[in-house]
Design a protein around this ligand. Structure first.
Ligand code: MLT
Length: 253
């Protein structure tokens, strides 16, 4: 059996970091230094080091995989932190097992389901990956949205490399999963744990409007809008992002 690959680093209360699409655990490399926490960072099936693990085809399925990362280590509760698709997965995990959350960090994500137009786009992506066997066009289309135009070349190249590690099977399964995901708006007011909502000021995929709406709907949320950052605000504004998380963690203990 091929095992899910998980980075498990640090000690203290657990944070489960869930990456976005078509990304990998590597996007959280610079969060592993946040002190006083045990960082659990899986590569989701079909992505990064878990490229050979068969992916589920629903966001709920990905959420169950995420919960199993905790089960496998005997960890009952954790802060759930997700970027974009990772946020969709954290919200699905919160719907399945709210008692397992000590806090929630929603990064450049949204609670709403796909629009019809977004769904059609996902289907086109799936058809094209199936027809060509390649995911390069997804990488080319998404890279300009991931970081701001003035981001250092080294960061841009790192993000490109991470996206290039996604498998066709992973891209197809995750696209299907995202297209079919339910709206989580009614869940937010029921998530009675401290929450941190972070967004890059110029994120063109999940916008500051999305973040403001989620923060307003959550019972106990802090909103942080990071300037000079697009979709991967944790990578582009590492210092400010990590400071916001460190401050937030004091509220979850
Ligand atoms: C992501 O970064 O996970 C994706 O942009 C999410 C999406 O396509 O909805």
């Amino acid at each position: 059996m091929v095992q899910l690959q998980v980075t498990d680093q640090g000690s203290g209360p657990a944070i489960l970091w869930i990456h976005g699409f078509p990304l990998a655990s590597e996007i959280f490399r610079d969060q592993l230094t946040i002190a006083g926490a045990r960082h659990l960072v899986p590569d989701l099936p079909g992505f990064g080091r878990s490229r050979d693990v068969a992916p589920p085809e629903t966001i709920e399925g990905f959420a169950r995989v995420a919960l199993e990362v905790l089960d496998a280590r005997g960890i009952d509760r954790a802060v759930f932190a997700g970027v974009s698709m990772g946020g969709y997965i954290c919200l699905a995990a919160a719907a399945i097992a709210p008692e397992r959350l000590t806090g929630l960090i929603l990064i450049d994500t949204r609670e709403t389901a796909d629009t019809e137009q977004a769904r059609r786009g996902r289907i086109e992506t799936i058809d094209k990956v199936q027809a060509t066997g390649s995911t390069g066009f997804v990488v080319d289309a998404m890279l300009p949205k991931m970081v701001t135009p003035t981001a250092p070349l080294e960061l841009r190249e790192r993000v490109r490399e991470i996206m290039e590690s996604a498998t066709p099977a992973g891209v197809i399964a995750a696209s299907r999963a995202m297209a079919a995901r339910p709206d989580s708006a009614s869940l937010l007011p029921r998530l009675d744990v401290p929450a941190l909502v972070v967004v890059g000021e110029t994120d063109p995929i999940t916008t500051p409007e999305d973040a403001k709406r989620m923060a307003a709907a959550l019972p106990d949320a802090t909103l942080v809008v990071l300037s000079d950052a697009a979709h991967l605000s944790n990578m582009e504004q590492t210092e400010k992002f990590n400071a916001a998380v460190a401050e937030f963690l004091t509220r979850t203990r």
